[in-house]
Design a protein around this ligand. Structure first.
Ligand code: ATP
Length: 235
């Protein structure tokens, strides 16, 4: 479904990604783990077209996307939930959800998807007329995921969904991520500093260090890999 082929991405003269290759098949949950500053966010930004790679190629469902604008990439079926949520604080929950559907004009489909989202996150039903900025951190993360779902993605890019949230809320959000994957067959690309959590949710994983992929394996094998245990699982 997604083929990232040997991409290198830069901020000015700084090479943040070096020759990164990642493959995601339909319906998979894939995680990218790594330390602070390793290049996780840049990988997502390169896929979504915000930081286009300077070399290499990215294909989505067979189409070359590394030269496309971010809105075109969204319209093909890739939605990103950014680190720190970035919901619209002055818009209501309902208005935030409609913003996620800005490329769609199927009124009934949009309504059905809002109903589905409210079944996933019942708390958002209660909060639908409240301004996004008044929600708790966990509720804002739920809203950010929901807003991304409103674009009807085939691939959902999640940047650190656990960041700054209480363990119980994190557990709840990860259960919903698995549910979305199972019920909608939406592939998930999950970037996390919490490697333990991410590897328990994923089918396969990649490890990134200093902008390069250093390991790739099934989540099960990565969980029992001595280097991963020492560097990322604190074991
Ligand atoms: P974190 O977990 O802190 O978000 P990360 O693994 O997502 O880390 P990136 O944010 O992708 O890492 O950063 C990769 C490298 O690019 C780092 O060396 C970082 O300092 C650098 N970098 C990131 N954003 C910028 C920017 N806007 N300008 C210059 N350098 C940047």
């Amino acid at each position: 479904m997604l083929n990232v082929r040997n991409i290198s991405s830069y901020y000015g003269n700084i090479e943040a990604l070096k020759d990164v290759s990642i493959d995601i098949s339909e319906g998979e949950i894939i995680t990218l783990i790594g330390a602070n500053g390793a290049g996780k966010t840049t990988t997502l930004m390169s896929i979504s077209g915000i930081i286009p790679p300077r070399s290499g190629e990215i294909y989505f469902m067979g189409q070359e996307i590394h030269t496309m604008s971010p809105d075109k990439i969204v319209s093909l079926g890739i939605s990103q939930v950014p680190e720190g949520r970035h919901i619209f604080p002055d818009l209501t929950v309902m208005e935030n959800l409609h913003m996620g559907a800005f490329l769609r004009n199927d009124t009934q489909g949009i309504k059905d998807d809002i109903d589905y989202i409210f079944s996933l996150f019942p708390i958002l039903t209660k909060r639908q007329n409240q301004a996004g900025g008044t929600l708790s951190g966990g509720e804002q993360q739920m809203l950010a995921i929901s807003r991304a779902l409103m674009a009807k993605p085939r691939l959902l890019l999640l940047d650190e969904p656990s960041l700054g949230l209480a363990p119980l809320i994190v557990k709840q959000i990860f259960e919903i991520i698995r549910k979305i994957n199972a019920e909608q067959n939406t592939a998930i690309f999950l970037v996390e500093q919490n490697a333990n959590l991410a590897l328990h949710a994923a089918n396969r994983g990649y490890v990134i260090e200093n902008g390069s992929i250093v390991l790739e394996d099934s989540a099960e094998n990565l969980l029992s890999n001595d280097e991963v245990k020492k560097a990322y699982l604190g074991l």
